[in-house]
Ligand binder design. Sequence first.
Ligand code: FAD
Length: 461
Amino acid sequence: MADKNPKHINTIKPTRTPPEHQDAHVRAKNFNEVTIGYNEALALQEADRCMQCTKPGCSRGCPVGIDIRGFIDLVSKRDYRGAYSLITEANLFPAICGRVCPQELQCEANCVVGKKLQPVAIGLLEKFVGDTAQANDWKRHHEITANGKKAAIVGSGPAGLACASDLAKAGVKVVVFEALHRPGGVLMYGIPEFRLPKQVVLREIDNLKDLGVTIKTNKVIGKLHTITELLDKHAYDAVFIASGAGYPMGLGVKGELLNGVMSANEFLTRVNLMHGYDFPRHDTPVGIGRNIAVIGCGNTAMDAARVAMRLNTKNVYIVYRRSMKDSPARREELKHAIEEGVQFYWETHPVEILASADGWLTGMKCTSGGEDFILDVDTVIYALGTMANPIIARSTPALRTDERGYIVVDQQTQMTSIPGVFAGGDISKAPGSFTTVIHAMQTGRRAAQGILDYIAQKADK
Ligand SMILES: Cc1cc2nc3c(=O)[nH]c(=O)nc-3n(C[C@H](O)[C@H](O)[C@H](O)COP(=O)(O)OP(=O)(O)OC[C@H]3O[C@@H](n4cnc5c(N)ncnc54)[C@H](O)[C@@H]3O)c2cc1C
């Protein structure tokens, strides 16, 4: 396609096509998707804004290197199935990535149109293609020749799934071990339904079955089998550890173990994975009150606050030690939270969580600008970041970890200190690296290549 003449910038509509949205007043009380997205007419209108430039920056901005210009060209020609095939060469999950990637920092930040005008809405177009494929139940046919090798993957989050997909396409027999009763990692238990419907995740994961991947749930590696047992006893040729970093960091203030205080991970798991919002039809209670303080202001805090808004609560407050401009949350999430009625206490620190005689939280003492005050809340949810879960490292002494417990890997191959054992995603996070769905997938794909090279080298010996 590089031989085509790009469109002239003067012929491009300056503003991007807005997607359909649920109104803020309506959506603040339901779990349906906030961004409905593009219908066919809107998608065609937006695809027309792509210049089809000779040197596209967009693909270089995409951590898994999707041929973006190519798929948008196919959308313009109404060949949605062709667009789906092209995207899924690099990434099996367009309906997920189109929804949750921070495109403003990746593909769209590198869009050539975006240098003068608003960048092409690549994420929304990817979502349109992914959703169209799901609606029509399109399957991507892959020619697979089994090579007699087998690999074990620990964890079924985006890193594990991306690695599984590439290995299976290359003919390796793949078994994924997942600790929880459902696959998907943060996609299932962390990111809420109104940003990423769980049916969409499950349907995308279903595509792995067509590649012959087996997913075994309720299997905690480190307890059931150790990593070395997978290699030695169960004769896997390689192992990929993609167990994520889901261990919540505590608050460090008096009262943090009181009834009514919980981590955002626990809260979101109760709601997203266990469908606690539909209690008692589903049997897990959520256990929050009417006035909620969420501590922290990252994406997890935004998700927790916006979920809390939808649960028959009266007031939901974000308490954050810094100012709005310092918030690491995506601007869109912050905007949505404000529109939905979340209230913000900027530059405010929690000092102590107060308790009744029987151990229930009764309020939270805070300090801001040298003044102390009591926030009248009955639930505190802390979203201060997470760390590496130590189960696997503790049960695998030869596995090198850094001082924070993250697994140390070779940056090119993702191989760990144990030959044949690879790691990726949040559990192999190097200082300053990104922890996003697509970066987890990028390391998963890299590890798949590392594993294929490792297996080939071993066979040569
Ligand atoms: C609330 C929240 C919202 C987020 N929103 C976004 C977003 O909008 N966009 C974005 O790009 N990123 C987002 N992120 C970050 C992103 O989800 C993570 O970076 C990504 O999921 C990491 O992928 P992973 O595969 O490394 O791990 P995970 O998704 O954490 O998956 C790890 C899996 O391994 C399993 N596991 C753990 N230990 C074991 C074991 N011993 N044996 C077997 N299985 C095990 C876990 O149960 C889990 O299923 C969000 C994170 C959170 C917490």
